[in-house]
Design a protein around this ligand. Structure first.
Ligand SMILES: *[C@@H]1O[C@H](CO)[C@@H](O)[C@H](O)[C@H]1NC(C)=O
Ligand SMILES: *[C@@H]1O[C@H](CO)[C@@H](O)[C@H](O)[C@H]1NC(C)=O
Ligand SMILES: *[C@@H]1O[C@H](CO)[C@@H](O)[C@H](O)[C@H]1NC(C)=O
Ligand SMILES: *[C@@H]1O[C@H](CO)[C@@H](O)[C@H](O)[C@H]1NC(C)=O
Length: 219
């Protein structure tokens, strides 16, 4: 037996979209500088995370509190030099694989739902999304993230959250997630790449993107 009930948990949802410059051919000459800067930022971020440093070490920090070991600083210094070399070397970006270019050219965008109706129906402003993301061919991945807040589930039980594209009779099933009390305060995500592409393709102006969550008690 399954019973549908209100989706009380989805109080906030964000849609994260990874978009990038399509085939790259149309925007490559214009965005070369931007891509180079992004590549360097990405490399810097990866290095900092490998070193488990929240930010770049500064000379002032040395000797105070948690001292940065000299060898870490040395590694950091040499990678900084490498970054600077890359920045000066205009040939570098052009000589790398197209795949790698796409990786560094990707951007992540977030959109809040604009409204939630009857605790189940989430509305998204497609016009605003299209203004930021452009054409659907530029989207590589879209994710719906839902924050689980105070699920009222009987101890030891789980419920199933089904996600639908659209509302009413036209609702199309997308995917489902099992919800337990242990997920309180945590995020769950759904892949909504195709849904977002459909929305962006539709020419209707002022249209809302609709996603519906239906919660089922399992017993
Ligand atoms: C790292 O660079 C800073 C200045 O850029 C220098 O003062 C410091 O001695 C360098 N540290 C090492 C370990 O190379
Ligand atoms: C989305 O909503 C949250 C909470 O209402 C807010 O803190 C955040 O700034 C919003 N994000 C965007 C991108 O509008
Ligand atoms: C919301 O609930 C009301 C009353 O239960 C119903 O009339 C209305 O159609 C619902 N709206 C949507 C968008 O489902
Ligand atoms: C949707 O976004 C567009 C463009 O940003 C804006 O003009 C419009 O007012 C928004 N609509 C709603 C319902 O928020």
């Amino acid at each position: 037996m399954m019973r549908a009930q209100d989706l009380l948990m989805a109080l906030l949802c964000l849609m994260g979209c990874m978009g990038y410059c399509g085939t790259l051919s149309t925007c490559k000459p214009l965005n070369l500088e931007l891509m180079k800067r992004k590549r360097i930022e990405a490399i810097r971020g990866q290095i900092l995370s490998k070193l488990q440093l929240p930010k770049e070490p500064e000379d002032d920090d040395v000797g105070e509190g948690d001292e940065v070991p000299a060898e870490v600083l040395s590694v950091y210094n040499s990678t900084l030099e490498l970054s600077e070399e890359l920045m000066q070397n205009t040939e570098y970006v052009e000589s790398t694989e197209a795949e790698e270019e796409a990786y560094y050219a990707k951007e992540v965008h977030k959109f809040n739902m604009t409204k939630i109706m009857n605790n189940t129906l989430m509305l998204f402003n497609v016009t605003a999304m299209r203004a930021v993301l452009g054409l659907e061919r530029m989207i590589s991945q879209a994710e719906l993230r839902l924050l689980i807040r105070v699920p009222r589930i009987a101890p030891g039980k789980e419920e199933r959250l089904e996600l639908y594209q659209g509302a009413g009779d036209k609702a199309r099933y997308l995917d489902s997630h099992f919800i337990t009390n242990e997920l309180n305060g945590k995020w769950i995500s759904f892949d909504v790449t195709q849904t977002l592409k459909n929305w962006l393709q539709s020419p209707a102006p002022g249209r809302n993107g609709k996603l519906q969550g239906r919660l089922f008690v399992l017993s």
